[in-house]
Design a protein around this ligand. Structure first.
Ligand code: PEP
Ligand code: MG
Length: 593
């Protein structure tokens, strides 16, 4: 799409998935297209000098880029954070890095990319086994610097952080949650990506930041360039190239309509989430960043039902210390008190990684070394977090939740480590809540099926439907090619949810939902009818869900769930939900269409 003379070009509509609501018409800033494949090949003797020159040029470019970023960080954050880039420059000038790569090109006739990767890997492996923590961390620096040099070798001259100068829609093949979190918020009007789904962590971050997003568009990066103007709608999940005047007007009207429905709903803030026949559902908020806590109260939530603590880990270059975590958790707990905050222990892996951990990549990261599996294998890291959470519990109502539980043994082991931490704190005379409640996420089918067994060891269940859907249906939640199979209302998912709710209630514990389904108004009546006690969602989603609760009787919702449990297809169940919604809350239907 060319921006010059765009008015002459036909309009074209790209359909993806709505990642975060909002309509924007703005200029594109396109981030590196798909990473070029690494050229690991044997070079002819005549090409060796050329290859060395390519490497040297890429290193020089990298040095200039690091200087620029360092300057920017110094300006924005301060000198202390900017000094990490001195280390990066030292790596660039280090003879092991620089000369050895050149030697490998000469001696082994390797391409610049191949030689650089071999050198990086060798030093990374040696450093990551070092006793000394400082040296171990240098492995991450080497990797980071090598990544920059590699992308310069591939001709990728732009990085999100380096080039965004004016308010734009960021278009990228993919954005990692940490890239999303580190963007300059005031410059980003929207996110548009080739891959992803509404439950990918990039979309979750976009919602947390209140930035509209359309994900899973397939090849949008090939169809637009920096400087083009596009229209995006994060609710419908569409991007429109060369929008006509009529289309712009239509979306402008739509955005105004939605705004006016939303501002009408804002009046519900102090109203209870109660059905027409007096049944109450607890509505809580999901937060990813500590700063979001101010949104929780504004949205009228009764506390935080899911604090995704992993952003403390991926946003920093080093593992967060007990003190650093304490500051974050205590801050949230005391601001919310007497309302509760459920702190989920760190859920790294899947599509979220902390560079400080330097974990090896896996073929199936969502089925791999993720969340509680990582924590149980790294008790020292786990204990640092548990101690910080326990210490924060002296300053408000704090609950602990373990993610990715697949069997009861993991709960028992995690609880034993928690007891160990409590014992240590008692000995150190550090106060904490002796009655702190512990719950688990039910997000793996094996946990849902054995919820009756697991319920003996916990005080609550919160269903992570984003993962429960992906693991039940064997559909990668971030893979847009199988997104059509990602069906939250699949009868199998519904049955697992029902089993979990019944098992929790039989033991007298409450059961909530904290996945994306909890914030989707189309799902509210169904979840209530299944017997859910709590729904936890992005703060912005809360008013519409509250209105949904207030629009029905529990009897109507229960009837819907009974009908749904007898239905045979996901689409059939969805249409029953839509039907009831159209009858009792037609204006909310406008928001989700
Ligand atoms: C979920 O899986 O539904 C959930 C809430 O956790 P996350 O999205 O962080 O995996
Ligand atoms: Mg999950």
């Amino acid at each position: 799409m060319k921006h010059k003379g765009a008015e002459d070009l036909p309009e074209s509509v790209l359909r993806g998935v709505g990642g975060s609501p909002g309509v924007v018409f703005a200029t594109v800033y396109r981030v590196h297209a798909e990473a070029a494949p690494c050229v690991d090949r044997v070079v002819n003797p005549g090409e060796i000098n050329l290859e060395i020159e390519r490497f040297k040029t890429a290193v020089d470019e990298t040095r200039v880029q690091i200087d620029l970023i360092q300057e920017k960080v110094r300006h924005a954050i301060g000198q202390a954070d900017a000094t990490i880039f001195d280390v990066h420059k030292l790596v660039l000038d280090d003879s092991a890095f620089y000369e050895e790569t050149i030697r490998k090109i000469e001696r082994d006739r390797m391409s610049a990319e191949g030689a650089l990767q071999a050198v990086t890997q060798r030093y990374g492996e040696v450093l990551s086994t070092m006793e000394d923590e400082y040296l171990r961390e240098r492995a991450a620096d080497i990797k980071d610097v090598a990544r920059r040099v590699l992308s310069n070798l591939a001709g990728e001259k732009t990085h999100v952080l380096d080039g965004l100068r004016e308010k734009s829609i960021v278009v990228a093949a993919d954005l990692s949650p940490s890239e999303t979190a580190s963007l300059q918020r005031d410059q980003v009007l929207g996110f548009v990506t080739d891959v992803g789904s509404c439950t990918s962590h990039t979309a979750i971050m976009a919602r947390a930041l209140g930035i509209p997003a359309v994900v899973g568009l397939g090849d949008v990066t090939r169809r637009v360039e920096t400087g083009d103007k596009i229209l995006m709608d994060g609710t419908e999940g569409v991007v429109i190239l060369n929008p006509s005047a009529a289309t712009l007007k239509k979306y402008d009207t739509l955005a105004r309509q939605r705004d006016s429905i939303q501002s009408g709903l804002a009046g519900l803030r102090n109203q209870p989430a109660i059905t027409r026949d007096g049944h109450r559902v607890v509505l809580s908020a999901n937060i990813e960043l500590v700063e979001e806590v101010s949104e929780v109260r504004k949205a009228g939530a009764e506390g935080v039902g899911l604090f995704r603590s992993e952003y403390l880990y991926i946003a920093s270059r080093n593992l967060p210390t007990e003190e650093e975590q304490l500051v974050a958790y205590q801050g949230v707990a005391s601001l919310l008190a007497p309302d509760p905050v459920i702190i989920r222990t760190v859920d790294l892996g899947g599509d979220k990684f902390a560079s400080s951990l330097n974990l090896p990549s896996e073929i199936n990261p969502f089925l791999g070394f993720r969340a509680i599996r990582f924590c149980l294998a790294q008790p020292a890291i786990f204990k640092t977090q548990l101690r910080a959470i326990l210490r924060a519990s002296a300053h408000g109502k704090v609950r602990i939740m373990y993610p990715m539980i697949s069997n009861v043994g993991e709960v028992i082991r995690a609880n034993l480590i928690l007891e160990e931490c409590k014992g240590e704190l008692r000995l150190e005379a550090i106060p904490f809540d002796e009655h702190i409640e512990v719950g688990v996420m039910i997000e793996i089918p094996s946990a849902a099926i054995t919820a009756d067994i697991i319920s003996k060891h916990v005080s609550f269940f919160s269903m992570g439907t984003n993962d429960l859907v992906q693991y039940t249906l064997a559909v990668d939640r971030v893979n847009d090619r199988v997104a059509h199979l990602y069906e939250p209302t699949h009868p199998a998912v519904l049955r697992l949810m029902k089993m979990t709710i019944d098992a929790g209630h039989a033991r007298g514990i409450w059961v909530g939902v904290c996945g994306q389904m909890a914030g989707d108004p189309l799902m509210t009546h169904l979840l209530m009818g299944l017997g859910i006690d709590e729904l936890s969602m992005a703060p912005a989603a809360l008013p519409a869900v509250k209105e949904m609760i207030r629009s029905v009787t529990l009897e109507q919702a229960t009837l819907l769930a009974e009908v749904a449990l007898r239905e045979e297809t996901a689409a059939g169940i969805l249409s029953h939900c839509r039907e009831l919604m159209a009858r009792v809350a037609p204006e909310i239907l406008e928001l989700v269409k």
